[in-house]
Design a protein. Structure first.
Length: 793
């Protein structure tokens, strides 16, 4: 059996047992019986006896224990008197006990085993017997003397009986007065306007309970004379029974404020909140005999306060998360209670600079402006007040004055009595919107002057309201003769040529994005007149205006009839096509003659003639390419180019273009970083034409011997190609026009480079036909990267 098992057995023993170690008498073990003698609990384990049971100081036991430890001799005593703490008071007890010295085999002390038996009753009984015998002896001695005195006593008996009767009568009167006093006390408790109960003894017997406390408990009069824990079993596990016991033991009253209690009432177990007092009632000796309980239920007040706090929290959260400026001003002094970030931005202040301060203290410049009087009017009337687009001068932290245009409202916040206690100020800074409107008015005035000076049509679209306004000239260009309302979808979109409709809508959508276009609108398109069915060419330019959130709000612009110009261009294209076609036949014959002469020169080993013929053939090929470009432009302009769509590997096509470039353009290294196969559905010949044009363009504008790098990729159902050179680069002003027909960059570096500005235009149109996009990324003197993307399918 190990030590722990032995201790477990000793703990079950009814005989008080303890074990001590060291000269300091450390309590290593004490069972419940021993702890009960001392009036302690198990928390004293491990402490010196002097500290754990300080009431033994001054009594012999601590010295005896120390002598047992030092000498190793067991000590036994009977009927030993000890004073111990019980129920908060020192009381005397008698014990038979043994301090047994337990030693190691080596003779050294191991511990002291202390066993004790409470023999108080035995000793007191023995003392009582001794006292009784002594009293019998004393009585015998006195009996004789008493007999002698009996005669004299009989004489006094008559007068004593008379005094006794008077005392009895007086006692009866006192008992009657006491009964009346108790009845008065009970009546006072029952009639009291608050919940009162009286609990007798430490068992907390319900002696008195008025109707209010019975209602709080959810019980009837049947609980009178029951212990509280029986009458209200739900109090088990709650702190109240222990608090009452502490009040009874210490005689110190307890005050509770807004304490939650769970009570079984009509609707079952309910949580309620109380303010209460547990006050001890004491006898003449100062001992507690009862506890009076006075309680007030404050559940409704607690819930009401929580609702108010919840409402305040929701209001504060609404204020702090509002997308517009909000602040709460407390009292007529207009103290800033909270302000959200948008309001702080308007004020140009931090939270610490404004919270808890009067608004006129923070912004003295408001004195003399109408806002303080408006706020006081809300306090006076209890009515909200609002104004739109008012001007306010607000001082910044650096002392400057900034003028704002504001929409604002002042809404009263009421207290429980219906009085205005604060104002919720909502402020929307519309300065940007007002400035935009002023700018729009300025632009409108400029547009009006422009219209008067030229044959221009104008349009004005309120994007938010969906209202479109055309002047007479604009209506004419769309074949509309009436003056009735027009709409974007019915009149504008449906008035576009079917082949231009999707393209125009894409450009307009792009204009509605400030980040993508800054609101600029510039396009040419065809219209089909609603009434006259006449085809017209229109050039349109405009500007989209945005609000402070960069949302489009207004679309203004002009339209110009360019039908005559387009017809002239068509005639020019027809002429170019005709001339190109007429030149192509003799050029083909010329190429054949040169090739025949090349063969003869080669046979004759005439190197001079062969070289001259090679250069001639190169010039013929350039002329062929130029003529083909003009023909392609003419076909594009006439809409006669169709796509021959097939599936092919884009990377294979790129490799072919690179190999062809290596033969015809040996001045540069064209590097293709091949990737995994990319299958696309497109016109193979036209995509090849785009690749050849872009590679040729890169070689024209980059130094001889430099690298041209080609990459391909695919993502999100599109395939893309990038071609990067190390050439002269392109300026920002030229990038916007680079893909326009016949546009060439005009600089000292480009004057000696041949071309008509149709290659990139053809590339852009071919990619557009594939519903793709083409663009360039470049800076002047830093090379350029041309990219295009087309759908995979």
């Amino acid at each position: 059996m190990n030590s722990q098992q032995l201790l477990d057995i000793l703990s079950l023993s009814d005989k008080a047992t303890a074990i001590y170690t060291s000269e300091d008498i450390i309590i290593e073990f004490a069972n419940e019986a021993m702890l009960g003698f001392w009036g302690k609990d198990s928390s004293i384990m491990g402490k010196p006896m002097r500290q754990a049971v300080p009431e033994l100081v001054g009594q012999p036991f601590l010295d005896i224990l120390r002598n047992v430890w030092l000498s190793g001799d067991t000590y036994i005593d009977t009927n030993a008197y000890a004073e111990l703490l019980a129920d908060g008071k020192m009381r005397g007890y008698y014990f038979d006990f043994e301090y047994r010295a337990i030693k190691h085999p080596s003779g050294e002390m191991r511990c002291i085993l202390h066993t004790a038996v409470d023999v108080t009753e035995r000793v007191l009984h023995q003392q009582e017997i001794i006292e009784i015998r002594q009293r019998e002896k004393d009585l015998g001695d006195e009996l004789a003397a008493t007999n002698e005195e009996l005669s004299a006593s009989n004489e006094e008996l008559v007068s004593t009986n008379e005094e006794l009767k008077e005392s009895y009568d007086s006692l009866q009167l006192l008992n009657q007065s006491l009964s009346e006093s108790e009845a008065w006390f009970r009546e006072m408790v029952n009639q009291a306007p608050v919940a009162i109960a009286v609990l007798d003894g430490r068992e907390l017997i319900i002696d008195t309970a008025n109707a209010f406390i019975l209602q709080i408990w959810g019980k009837g009069p049947e609980v009178i004379n029951q212990p509280l824990h029986i009458a209200l079993p739900e109090l088990q596990g709650q702190p109240f029974l222990q608090i009452l016991d502490d009040v009874y033991a210490t005689g110190v009253p307890f005050f509770g404020s807004e304490v939650k209690a769970s009570l079984v009432r009509q609707r079952g177990l309910e949580d309620a909140y109380f303010n209460f007092v547990y006050h001890p009632l004491k006898d003449s000796g100062g001992d507690t005999v009862s506890i009076i309980v006075v309680a007030t239920e404050v559940t409704d007040q607690i819930y009401a306060r929580r609702r108010v706090e919840h409402s305040e929290h929701r209001l504060n959260r609404m204020v702090m998360t509002s997308p517009i400026g909000m602040t709460i001003l407390k009292g007529r002094e207009l103290v800033i209670e909270i302000a959200n970030q948008n309001m702080l931005n308007i004020w140009n202040r931090t939270t610490d600079q404004v919270t808890g301060k009067r608004i006129l203290e923070v912004f003295p410049e408001l004195i003399g402006q109408p806002f303080p009087d408006m706020l006081q009017r809300v306090f006076d009337t209890g009515q909200p007040f609002a104004m739109d687009e008012i001007t306010a001068d607000v001082g910044m932290a650096d002392g400057t004055i900034v003028q704002y245009h504001l929409d604002f409202s002042y809404d009263p916040l009421f207290d429980a009595d219906g009085n205005v206690e604060a104002i919720l100020a909502t402020v929307n800074n519309i300065t940007d919107r007002v400035e935009v409107r002023k700018q729009m008015m300025h632009e409108q005035e400029r547009s009006r002057l422009a219209v008067e000076a030229s044959q221009l049509g104008t349009f004005d679209m309120d994007i938010a309201e969906g209202i479109l306004d055309w002047d007479d000239r604009c209506r004419t260009l769309f074949g509309v003769s009436h003056n009735g309302p027009v709409t974007y979808e019915h009149d504008f979109v449906m008035g576009l040529h079917p082949d231009d409709r999707e393209r125009v809508q894409q450009v307009i959508n792009l204009s509605f994005s400030k980040a993508a276009s800054n609101g600029n609108y510039d396009i040419e398109y065809r219209t089909i007149g609603f009434e006259d069915k006449k085809l017209r060419w229109v050039s349109a330019k405009g500007k989209v205006f945005f609000d402070e959130q960069d949302q489009p709000v207004r679309f203004l612009g002009i339209v110009l009839d360019i039908t005559d110009k387009k017809e002239d261009e068509q005639r020019k294209n027809d002429f170019i096509a005709m001339v190109s076609h007429e030149l192509k036949t003799p050029l083909t014959s010329l190429k054949a003659y040169i090739q025949v002469l090349q063969a003869k020169a080669l046979k004759a080993e005439d190197k001079f003639a062969g070289g001259a013929l090679d250069k001639s053939l190169l010039q013929v090929n350039k002329m062929n390419t130029l003529i083909k470009g003009f023909l392609d432009v003419a076909r594009l302009e006439s809409g006669s180019i169709n796509l021959d769509v097939e599936q092919f590997d884009l990377n294979v096509l790129i490799k072919e273009a690179v190999e062809e470039a290596a033969i015809t353009m040996d001045s540069h290294d064209v590097i293709f970083n091949a990737q995994q196969p990319i299958q696309i559905n497109a016109d193979r010949e036209k995509i090849s034409q785009v690749l050849n044009n872009l590679i040729s363009n890169a070689t024209k504008y980059s130094p001889r011997g430099s690298d041209i790098e080609i990459n391909s990729y695919s993502h999100d159902n599109v395939a893309g190609v990038s071609i990067t050179d190390k050439g002269i680069g392109i300026g920002a002003d030229d990038i916007e026009k680079l893909f326009d027909r016949f546009y060439r960059v005009n600089s000292a570096h480009t004057k000696t480079i041949a071309g008509f500005g149709i290659g990139l235009y053809l590339c852009a149109e071919i990619i557009r036909l594939h519903k793709g996009r083409i663009w360039v990324e470049s800076e002047s003197s830093r090379g350029a990267t041309f990219k295009f993307e087309i759908p995979l399918t």
